[in-house]
Design a protein around this ligand. Structure first.
Ligand code: 5GP
Length: 180
């Protein structure tokens, strides 16, 4: 295990099993709809790569990048588009893929922007959900795991751009992010 992490919260085997389940549910719900699956960079990149391979239907993919935490581990509520979609989503079935929904501010903002572009539907799939931290009510249509209020890293999730490449989801040692 990496020296900066305290414990494994979700193992690689548990992640894989859950993604297979999500992929099946999404494939069933979007059968014949050719959805546009939108990964939110950079955190959701690892999840997205595994999730689309667990889908048995035709999908198109695209990515967006928004600023959320910056270099600190607290949500500011200030969200900025750093990279927009390449696809026109008018009339399309859009599935947003997120790494984690925490306060819900990032997702709320994204949903507003995307809905204004006239898609046929917009749904959300997140790997992790921290319901106890929610500040705004946002719909989560597909959720991998609900987790307690701990700062997690690995499997795409970072702290100051590190730990994204770790294969499982871990709780970071408190000493690593003092002043959160
Ligand atoms: P929200 O706007 O819902 O508060 O924040 C969503 C974003 O905050 C996520 O996409 C993620 O980048 C970041 N975030 C929230 N909680 C955690 C966490 O426990 N670990 C990491 N690495 N990022 C988090």
């Amino acid at each position: 295990m990496h020296q900066d992490v305290e414990k494994i919260l979700i193992s690689a085997a548990e992640i894989k099993e859950k993604i297979d389940e999500l992929g099946r549910a999404i494939s069933r719900d979007y059968s014949g709809k050719y959805p546009l699956v939108v990964g939110i960079l950079k955190g959701a990149s690892v999840f997205m790569a595994d999730l689309i391979r667990a889908m048995s239907i035709d999908v198109q993919i695209d990515f967006m990048a928004v600023s959320s935490y910056g270099a600190s581990s607290k949500s500011t509520g200030v969200v900025r588009i750093l990279k927009d979609l390449e696809q026109n989503i008018e009339g399309r079935h859009v599935l947003i893929v997120e790494d984690i929904v925490d306060t819900g501010l990032t997702l709320n903002y994204l949903l507003e922007i995307l809905k204004a572009r006239g898609p046929a539907s917009v749904r959300v799939c997140t790997l992790l959900d921290k319901p106890s931290r929610r500040e705004i009510n946002v719909p989560v249509d597909y959720n991998g795991f609900s987790i307690p209020d701990e700062f997690v890293v690995g499997y795409g999730l970072d702290y100051r751009e590190k730990y994204r490449n770790l294969p499982e989801i871990y709780v970071l040692k408190k000493g690593v992010y003092k002043g959160r």
